[in-house]
Design a protein around this ligand. Structure first.
Ligand SMILES: Cc1cc2nc3c(=O)[nH]c(=O)nc-3n(C[C@H](O)[C@H](O)[C@H](O)COP(=O)(O)OP(=O)(O)OC[C@H]3O[C@@H](n4cnc5c(N)ncnc54)[C@H](O)[C@@H]3O)c2cc1C
Length: 475
């Protein structure tokens, strides 16, 4: 039986959420000291709102609350529940990564912080409306769109984005009905980043090991019936360019009941080139090289010989077409263009040689990256980079509007990277506040937004309301 207590524990442990009673002053009524009563234009209470409750939103809020003694922060989130990809992205067998939730919970416990779930900014309330209600608005809504493969056959049943697959096993409501068919023998994952390895690991982990995690019961049931025996993880470039990290690779190598398939030919000449690369890349490549070329010890050889499942890395292959089954109703394979590398260092590009190779499979998961989407026409957006154009977190040409996290710098980097950049955005915002560059005079904050949402027949949810199974009106 999978344990999922932490999901509920965190909801129930969430300390507040009863919104200020209607008719109360526009200032906040939730602090025992009633700090908003000291509200004056000289000694202002900065009303700040953050859009998105992932790591970027929470780290921005944390820094603002810590470094300004009166700042009030409202976090708006479109899902019913907070924490973004920490809840719906991070793999269930990596519970230690989810420990950041404890820090976020501390932040939310502040009397000067409030979480408003079930509010889709850009739809339920616009960014100009938020800017009107608050002194500053920070956009931290992540990068939810997937890069499309843009190849024929991409729409065939059996082709999914890895992100949707992850959302499915992590309980993201919009992916609940994904129903991936795991009755095939072989799965292909396109992309060689950590998400690709997460997905491969979940597909190949003995289900009884996942029972101890908070994976959804529905996903666990499907994984118990899975017939997938081989997972290919395909990259356009070579072993020196993989985007996953050593921890995730080591987990794959040691995954119970599986053996790695690496082609020593892919590693020819690599030994010499390793010397030139930075240390983390060097250690990662050495591990790959050892796994591909060294004969395993007796114990490891026995382990591999008894393995019933396998995973393999295929290099220098770029997806060209998803191949249909004979009846055209299902994926049956992927046509890969063989590539070679051109250029050096960061500029290394994979170019097709003209050769192709067909890889039979019944499941294709695309893990080639993400991009943010524009959520409001009033906010500048760079469609090419898929981010909000900004300088150090200040949104270009829109005073009082900021951004942090993946929507600010693009969808790369782990939670600690997101933390650092969110702290920077918050610092910049506080600098602007000090320099008098944010709107002066009081702002109504949440009271104004609440009235707007009510007038539209919408009610945000706080955590306690959710726990009781009530909407805001019922609290
Ligand atoms: C599958 C996957 C696994 C990962 N695993 C790890 C890992 O193990 N370790 C690690 O360090 N990093 C991991 N990462 C990276 C990490 O998750 C990111 O660095 C981090 O989540 C980015 O934070 P963010 O707040 O910018 O975005 P997100 O976490 O995506 O948060 C954005 C939030 O904004 C909300 N939102 C979106 N649109 C709106 C809207 N219109 N209105 C209101 N709210 C909105 C979303 O619902 C979401 O809650 C993983 C990433 C992925 C994709």
């Amino acid at each position: 039986m999978a344990l999922r207590c932490w999901r509920w524990w965190h909801w129930s442990a969430w300390p507040r959420s009863r919104p200020p009673p209607s008719g109360s002053t526009p200032s906040r009524s939730r602090t025992p000291l009633g700090f908003c009563q000291q509200f004056s234009t000289q000694e202002q209470t900065p009303q700040i709102c953050v859009v998105g409750s992932g790591p970027a939103g929470f780290y921005t809020a944390q820094h603002l609350l810590k470094h300004h003694p009166r700042a009030c922060v409202d976090i708006f989130e479109k899902q019913l529940v907070p924490f973004g990809l920490v809840r719906f992205g991070v793999a269930p067998d990596h519970p230690e990564v989810k420990n950041v939730i404890n820090t976020f919970t501390q932040t939310a416990r502040s009397d000067r912080c409030a979480f408003h779930g079930n509010v889709v900014v850009g739809t339920d309330v616009t960014v100009p409306e938020l800017r009107e209600a608050y002194h500053a608005v920070v956009l931290s809504y992540g990068a939810e769109d997937n890069q499309a493969l843009e190849i024929p056959g991409e729409e065939l049943p059996g082709v999914f984005s890895a992100r949707a697959f992850v959302g499915w096993y992590n309980g993201l409501p919009e992916n609940r009905e994904l129903a991936p068919d795991l009755s095939c023998d072989t799965a292909v994952i396109l992309g060689q980043g950590n998400v690709a390895l997460d997905v491969a690991r979940i597909l190949l982990t003995p289900p009884e090991h996942l029972e101890k995690t908070d994976i959804t019961e529905a996903a666990l049931g499907v994984l118990r019936q899975s017939q997938v025996k081989t997972v290919w993880i395909v990259g356009r470039r070579g072993p020196l360019q993989v985007a996953f990290t050593i921890k995730e690779l080591r987990e794959m190598i040691q995954l119970p009941g599986t053996r790695p398939i690496l082609d020593p030919a892919d590693f020819l000449g690599l030994q010499d080139r390793i010397k030139e690369v930075p240390r983390p890349r060097k250690r990662l490549t050495e591990l790959l090289l050892r796994t591909a070329t060294e004969k395993p010890g007796v114990e490891e050889a026995a382990r591999q010989a008894s393995a019933s499942r396998a995973w393999g890395l295929r290099f220098f292959r770029s997806p060209k077409q998803v191949l249909p089954s004979a009846d055209g109703r299902q994926v049956a394979g992927v046509r890969l263009a063989v590539t070679r590398l051109e250029g050096v260092g960061e500029a290394t590009r994979a170019v097709p040689t003209g050769d192709v190779e067909d890889l039979p499979c019944g499941l294709v998961l695309s893990s080639i990256g993400y991009k943010s989407r524009p959520i409001d026409p009033s906010v500048p957006f760079d469609p090419k980079l898929g981010i909000i154009p900004n300088v150090d977190g200040r949104v270009m040409n829109v005073p009082g509007l900021y951004c942090s996290g993946w929507v600010k710098r693009g969808p790369t980097g782990v939670i600690t990277t997101t933390m650092t950049d969110s702290f920077l955005t918050s610092q910049i915002l506080l600098q602007d506040l000090k320099a008098g560059q944010l709107p002066s005079g009081p702002r109504p904050g949440y009271a104004a937004i609440k009235a707007l949402l009510s007038s539209r027949g919408l009610g945000p949810m706080g955590l306690a309301c959710l726990f009781l199974g009530l909407g805001e009106a019922g609290c």
